[in-house]
Design a protein around this ligand. Sequence first.
Ligand SMILES: Cc1cc2nc3c(=O)[nH]c(=O)nc-3n(C[C@H](O)[C@H](O)[C@H](O)COP(=O)(O)OP(=O)(O)OC[C@H]3O[C@@H](n4cnc5c(N)ncnc54)[C@H](O)[C@@H]3O)c2cc1C
Length: 409
Amino acid sequence: MSYLDYDLSLTDEQREIRDAAHKFAAEVLRPTGIALDRMTPEEVIADGSPLFDVLKQASELGYTRAAGPAELGGLELPPLVSHMVFEELAWGSVGVAGVIFLSSTHADTALGSQNAESIEEFAAPYYGSSDGSIIGCWAITEPDHGSDTLAAVSPDLAVKVKGQLVARADGDDWIINGQKSAWVSNGPIATHAMLNLQIAGEDSFARGAICVMPLDLPGISRGPSLDKHGCRSLPQGEIFFDDVRIPKRWMVLGPDLCGIYMDAHLSIFNAGVSCIATGLARSAYDCTLEYCKERVQGGKPIFEHQSVRSRLFRMFQLVQASRAMSRGAYIYNVSKLLGGEQAVLQHSIAAKVFCTNSALEVCTLAVQLHGGNGMTKEYPVEMFLRDATSFTIADGENALLTQIGAALL
Ligand SMILES: Cc1cc2nc3c(=O)[nH]c(=O)nc-3n(C[C@H](O)[C@H](O)[C@H](O)COP(=O)(O)OP(=O)(O)OC[C@H]3O[C@@H](n4cnc5c(N)ncnc54)[C@H](O)[C@@H]3O)c2cc1C
């Protein structure tokens, strides 16, 4: 039994876009994601790494510009279609899909700020390029402040605390000092950042500020690319700022508006992670179904044993439920924000927590149904399980996000 897309309203053109994304995911992202998983973090970001070739191909095909405005060069895919595309890309490789998804972060923040100068300076060049050379990142967490940074959307977390990246005014400029954590996705390869920071004199992440900036300015340096358990194809690393001078116009959101923007931003990102987790769970289900039809024990393919089928059915249920929940939250919240209305964050949080926990369960079952083979690098489910663990922590650890979502009910 396979899974269906229940959406009977899909047009032939939408199915074609989805199928083209699946083909790219199967033929390019899956093999590259596996190759990158086995490389050292230094090799993943070195010149000539297959990561950059794939990013270039993804950009040429428009996947880095999927949801962007057509007037600037984006494909302006409707939310339903961009969700389908990202689910397919994540089916191929969650890490590489993450690199692609995050690449537009600085450009989208410039768009979200509605500041004409910032849009011209950051969004237009990004959406106008198709060679994968402009790579964004979202640098928010700090070595001593991971969950604390969610204070902007949760009064419960708004304790008095000094940030490790602080900006002070200096005439018409801001001077930035400090660092971001080793977990900044795309940090080692990003050309631009959406940067959350604290304004000197403030004392809580509930009143942060956001700037958009290039990362080739004097005083900026990077830490090593992080050597980690899962999502190894997604480079992560620290960014250091030593008296970095930026013009005031790049500080796109001050303490009074930062919380409102973070609510919108997390609504998109949590829903985006739920989409990526759905693609991951689907890939684990697909591989496991195929394996169970081939592996013979007890004189017949293990697929024919009732307990194996029951476990496959559980995986199947979770994949279908994840897609429905993720797609619903993503379409609703992206549509609301595009229409100038407020997103409903708790729906994105619910989708993120449900889909990433489901992906973890699906990938655990995938490994168990592969038996000993599931522990080896001969089969991709071993990597899928490590990747699934990462997403229960990314964009807010699931137990804490549950606490935040519950407070919003
Ligand atoms: C795959 C991946 C991608 C990521 N991408 C990025 C990125 O692009 N940019 C970026 O800046 N960061 C990124 N991160 C960092 C991520 O946002 C943080 O890891 C996450 O928010 C948790 O912070 P922490 O690791 O510091 O854990 P901590 O905040 O130290 O939390 C440890 C534990 O304590 C619990 N806890 C903490 N505070 C509270 C509280 N007040 N109440 C109850 N429980 C609490 C947490 O729930 C958790 O279980 C990424 C992380 C991963 C794994």
